[in-house]
Design a protein. Structure first.
Length: 167
């Protein structure tokens, strides 16, 4: 149910954090991210005159460092050599490998158009594309495996370089 802004205090915030972690099953960092959003809402409500205090004034956000593992070159090669009997899974694998070998995100690859693939001054194929998140133009030389994937899925009737898959 709705809660009046005036009832939101430090105790409420701490209980809400516990709820997010225990009842909702969020990790510490995920709960902290949601609480930061909640803090912003409370600050906006204060600016709009809906609340007269900042209950987050004594609340400290602490994120725990996380370790991100990456696929090794051997694991990428093993995935490359694996053949799925299901055509859809084979396409997903190829799409994923294209992302890995080019360094492009899912969003950037799903929006990759044939016009973004050009011949460079070195005679090699390059991807020249503005990145979706940063709006920085990327210049990526196409290695043999991503080029092979592009050729495999080439469709002259589509403006896109690869078939768009649902995330």
């Amino acid at each position: 149910p709705d809660i009046n802004f005036g009832r939101i205090n430090l105790t409420f915030i701490m209980r809400f954090e516990a709820y997010l972690k225990i009842e909702y099953g969020l990790s510490h960092n995920s709960a902290a991210k949601l609480l930061k959003i909640f803090k912003h809402i409370m600050l906006v409500s204060r600016e709009d005159g809906l609340s007269d205090c900042n209950p987050f004034i004594h609340y400290k956000f602490r994120s725990t460092p996380t370790y991100r593992s990456f696929l090794t070159e051997q694991e990428l090669i093993q995935l490359t050599q694996h053949k799925f009997e299901n055509k859809r899974l084979e396409r997903v694998k190829d799409f994923y490998l294209f992302c890995c070998w080019t360094g492009l995100s899912y969003c950037d690859v799903s929006n990759l158009k044939r016009e973004n693939i050009v011949n460079g001054i070195d005679g090699e194929s390059w991807i020249i594309k503005e990145r979706s998140k940063t709006f920085v133009e990327a210049h990526i030389k196409l290695l043999p495996l991503p080029l092979k994937i592009l050729i495999k899925y080439e469709d002259k009737n589509s403006e896109y370089a690869l078939p768009i898959l649902s995330n």
